[in-house]
Design a protein around this ligand. Structure first.
Ligand code: GAL
Length: 796
């Protein structure tokens, strides 16, 4: 807990999410909504929707939001200055104040500020959001004011929005200290003034570890910048496995009085990329085991919600993932807060297109006109890029800026100049971080092949799917390294494993149930054994809406489905990336009535040295993940070592003639039993079980519940697809349910939904204090009830 004395500063930042109304422009009646709000998830999907497969067949159009200034807000603002801060509105928004247009912002992913003047109670704020030009995205964007809005009140002399920047300029591992560079941008009020700018840094226990200050002379109406360079002794460094955060308090004083104050979370760390050693965090090589993420969160659409991302990211963290690529747009700031707290290494990406727009529904580059951010790249790209960097600068998790994804200009003559322009902006705003661009055509044999000048202009070259073009992706890194020894390499996008959770394709491409991880296994063996490759970001960590074909709502590329449930591939990644915990996972399920005697491929993902599989007590053999055995001599040439059957893959396989009963795997580490996993042929589902992610919630927070079907003996039933109804009582409102099944096209906010592969996810918003009861019923199953205590969290 941070303990510090708040100054008497006038600054107040008040959430401005309540009390809005919304309607589509072609609807008559507005309805009350709470922000963040995404209208696209509130309407039925339609094959005819102009958003198409790219946009997930969702509703778009023009939306109108309205709110009025309350007497409380008007009183607070009186005699001071104020602005509204919108974190993200998709897209092309215009803000009206009492009918006059006062601000507009096109890009749907960058924040913007609306200064408020002459504010009185009852004044009307209207936001018109135009998402009608479709299709304008290759993925689901959502529509509306889908991120938070705040009202900020301050005095004339004030810290400008995103005006505090703190970077670690150097760490001294032998002394344990670190040099920081803190800069502050202060705006003068209506007179010339001399202000004192003071910075205090508190550690996580609330102890002040540094205080520094500097005077700045400001001329009427101007913005001035001042810097201090404090040294932190015994600095506790931020890293992916120890994400330690400090709190920086900045105070602006005039004539001894605190006029303004800013609180910034910071982490002390250095992060860079090296041509020989890959990614260096605090001078140490760290392999990036990253996942790409789109910004939607299943049934919430694009609407921002911290709790939802907390659950999703903690699952990715448990999987051993330590990197997130915010593909392909500036993320929600809440996501970056979580990445700071959980220790993710973030590639923060600005654009999916520059001048040349992409075709939106089948992912080919477009010859002709297509809607999208490319249409306002010329006018807005510079300010959008600067906004992203200023906003995200202080997040220790952000280790790399990306200026684009699979940009068509990578193969055009002016591409390298645009790289230099955009990368130059990044360097101007931030001298501490390197810049990449995710290139997909590096190894292409076609005319679309990336220009070497384009690649060589980049600080770090991002490789997307080099393996699309030839047989072995990996060898291109080696070839390019021979040609360009100073090049820094990062896998910016490569295939994950994907597939539908709990659905097994018999006789798949590998002669049995699909082991979709094969492609990644080869890539990982390569990446893990080459120091110069910084790591990889895989497509994708979590399934996302859009980029699909009817009749599906989204793309199943993730290790986790849209409902936040782990797929089998999740355990594959966990087995190779999470070395702190034992993984021993078997697939498929063991309910195959009618297939008795047929060979079924049993796959095991494990980080045990070896595993033995038993079918109804009989051993099917012991397997290990070591490289193929060689019968080398032990002591004397004639003493041959005993070997077990092993594989060159990163998974184990047994082909078993199916018989109902029990499949048991026993994992061994150092010859000792380390884990046991059992799969059984279970009976029909007779009941539901349900568990909340957290059993307490504060008003406004989302309660997330995982529901499962179970048989008579209480065992999970992986084939149950029964419909479940949900009823909520107490201080809470129902939001929706999602099973992760991308072919279930029904609206996710309906109170009934089918389980998919035995599971369902439910979200409920806590609205007050007391006991909340969420009941799940189904025609043939005994109901399940979840109780949650709703109340106010103690003040921090
Ligand atoms: C990549 C692209 C992603 C997504 C993916 C689908 O080329 O960068 O946005 O479209 O393909 O496999």
């Amino acid at each position: 807990m941070i303990i510090y004395i708040r100054g008497k500063s006038m600054r107040e930042t008040i959430p401005f999410n309540q009390g809005w109304s919304f309607r589509l422009e072609d609807e008559d009646t507005p309805r009350a909504v709470t922000l963040p709000h995404d209208w696209s998830v509130e309407y039925d999907l339609s094959e005819a929707s102009p958003t198409g497969g790219g946009g997930g067949y969702a509703k778009a159009g023009v939306g109108i939001y309205e709110t009025v200034i309350s007497s409380g807000a008007a009183d607070k603002i009186k005699g001071h200055e104020a602005y509204l801060q919108f974190e993200g509105v998709y897209m092309d928004s215009t803000v009206y104040y009492n009918g006059d247009a006062v601000a507009s912002h096109k890009y749907g992913y960058t924040p913007f500020i609306v200064p408020l003047c002459d504010v009185s109670e009852g004044d009307v704020i209207r936001v018109r959001v135009d998402n009608s030009h479709q299709p304008n995205s290759r993925w689901y964007t959502g529509s509306g004011i889908y991120r938070n809005v705040s009202l900020v009140i301050h005095d004339g002399v004030h810290i400008v929005p995103w005006g505090i920047k703190c970077m670690t300029s150097r760490i001294y591992p032998e002394r344990g200290s670190a040099d920081l560079l803190i800069s502050a941008e202060i705006c003068a009020g209506e007179e010339d003034v001399t202000a004192g700018v003071y910075h205090e840094i508190y550690d996580a226990e609330g102890k002040c570890v540094s205080s520094s200050g500097i005077a700045i002379m400001l001329r009427d109406g101007e913005v001035g910048r001042c810097e201090v360079r404090p040294q932190i002794k015994s600095a506790h460094l931020w890293s992916d496995d120890d994400p330690y955060l400090y709190t920086l308090i900045t105070r602006v004083k005039v004539s001894g009085e605190v006029i303004d104050e800013a609180v910034t979370k910071i982490g002390i760390r250095t992060a860079t990329f090296d041509a020989d050693r890959g990614f260096l965090l605090n001078g140490r090589s760290v392999k990036i085991k990253g996942m790409c993420l789109h910004h939607d969160s299943g049934l919430f659409g694009a609407a921002s919600c911290r709790e939802v991302w907390e659950r999703r990211l903690s699952k990715l963290r448990d999987m051993g993932c330590n990197g997130i690529r915010c593909s392909h747009n500036p993320p929600d700031p809440l996501l970056l807060d979580l990445c700071d707290e959980m220790g993710f290494l973030v590639m923060d990406e600005a654009f999916d297109e520059w001048y040349l727009t992409k075709h939106k529904n089948n992912n080919y580059y477009s010859e002709g006109l297509s809607y999208g951010s490319g249409m306002f790249f010329d006018t807005d790209a510079e300010s959008d890029l600067r906004l992203m960097i200023r906003r995200d600068y202080n997040h220790p998790s952000v280790v790399l800026w990306s200026i684009g994804n699979e940009i068509p200009e990578q193969s055009s003559a002016d591409g390298a100049d645009i790289v230099r322009f955009l990368q130059g902006i990044c360097h101007e705003e931030d001298i501490s971080r390197m810049v990449t661009c995710a290139c997909d055509n590096i190894a292409s044999g076609s005319t679309a092949c990336a220009m070497r000048e384009f690649e060589n202009a980049l600080d770090v070259v991002g490789y997307n799917y080099v393996g699309r073009w030839r047989e072995r992706a990996e060898t291109f890194y080696d070839e390019d390294r021979r040609l360009y020894p100073a090049r820094r390499f990062c896998g910016s996008e490569n295939p994950s494993a994907g597939g539908d959770r709990g659905v097994y394709r018999k006789n798949g491409p590998f002669g049995g149930y699909d082991t979709a991880t094969l492609g990644h296994e080869a890539l990982w063996r390569y990446t893990a054994s080459r120091d110069f490759v910084a790591g990889d970001f895989l497509w994708t960590g979590i399934d996302y809406l859009g980029e699909t074909r009817w009749p599906r709502r989204g793309a199943g590329c993730g290790a986790i489905d849209t409902a936040g449930f782990e797929k089998d591939s999740y355990y594959y990644f966990r087995s190779i990336w999470n070395s702190n915990d034992v993984t021993l996972h078997l697939l498929p399920h063991w309910n195959h009535a009618g297939s008795e005697g047929e060979f079924i491929r049993v796959v095991c993902y494990t980080n045990c040295d070896e595993a033995e599989l038993f079918i109804n007590g009989k051993s099917a053999g012991r397997r290990g993940l070591a490289l193929p055995p060689r019968t080398g001599a032990v002591n004397n040439w004639y003493e041959r070592s005993g070997v077990h059957a092993t594989t060159n893959d990163l998974h184990l396989v047994w082909d078993i003639p199916y018989e109902a009963g029990e499949l048991r795997a026993v994992g061994y580490k150092d010859e000792k039993e380390a884990a046991v996993t059992v799969l059984e042929t279970v009976g029909d589902a007779v009941s539901l079980s349900a568990k909340a992610w957290h059993d307490e919630a504060a008003p406004g927070e989302i309660i997330q519940i995982e529901v499962e079907a179970r048989d008579e003996a209480g065992r999970f039933t992986p084939l149950c697809g029964d419909e479940v109804q949900c009823v909520v009582t107490g201080p809470a409102e129902y939001i929706g349910m999602d099973s992760g099944d991308l072919s279930d096209l029904s609206k996710m906010n309906l109170p009934a939904r089918k389980l998919h592969a035995g599971k369902l996810f439910c979200a409920v918003r806590c609205t007050g204090e007391g006991g909340i009861c969420v009941k799940f019923t189904s025609e043939h199953l005994t109901p399940a009830v979840v109780k949650v205590i709703a109340g106010f969290h103690p003040a921090p």
